[in-house]
Write a protein that binds this ligand. Sequence first.
Ligand code: OAD
Length: 235
Amino acid sequence: MKKLVILTGAGMSAESGISTFRDSGGLWDRYPVEQVATPEGYAANPKLVIDFYNERRKQLLTVKPNRGHELIAELENFFDVTVVTQNVDNLHERAGSHHVIHLHGELTKVTSSWQPNNPKYIKELKPEEYEVKMGDTATDGSQLRPFIVWFGEAVPMIETAIDYAEQADIFVIIGTSLNVYPAAGLLNYVPAHVPVYLIDPKEVAITSGRHVNVIRKGASEGMCELKKMLLNETA
Ligand code: OAD
């Protein structure tokens, strides 16, 4: 089976009702990013940050995967699919995708404030545990923090994602403004002969000048079109 690697961003989940970050009215218009998504913000006001992610986590209980997520999962019948997502929601998994690499962490998990990337401390929360409180601790005694990669922090999963990008037979980008590195640089590891598709209702700048097949549509409609294109080509 051909290897299909799909890089997704916030636009993937927009039709499920989760706001994007940089569109007008997006999350970073409503919350100062330096307060809720940096280690300095967390150090200055941990409660604010913990509450912010409690809200995001609770939203997971009210949203569901959209047709775009489902179509990506269905492509596993035809391709060896790897989803590399910048999203911290669990909608790809809930739609049935089996191989999802989360570059920026996962809302459903918490970890130690002292050693956030030590697997020993990473814990999956059950829905009834989604409200983390000040004073809830990891087994090392530190405050439980969201398992989220904040600005200025390392992105441990990028190496794995690069390996998949280098091996891709087809590469797809959906719903990301490609503003945030290192995720935005993944395309640079995709071999030159590999076809690249981009689904986004707005124009997204590809700074390398590489040729990309643009589908100027939302994630669901765009995935429907892409599925037809890919299946015709492999038939
Ligand atoms: P952005 O908010 O920067 O970009 C969202 C993209 O989705 C834009 O290009 C929109 O045009 C597009 N979009 C909007 N509606 C769409 C739809 N229905 N279907 C498809 N695309 C749509 O979000 P990201 O690029 O994901 O990191 O942001 C990257 C990272 O920055 C995030 O992972 C987050 C943020 O700060 C952290 O929190 C660490």
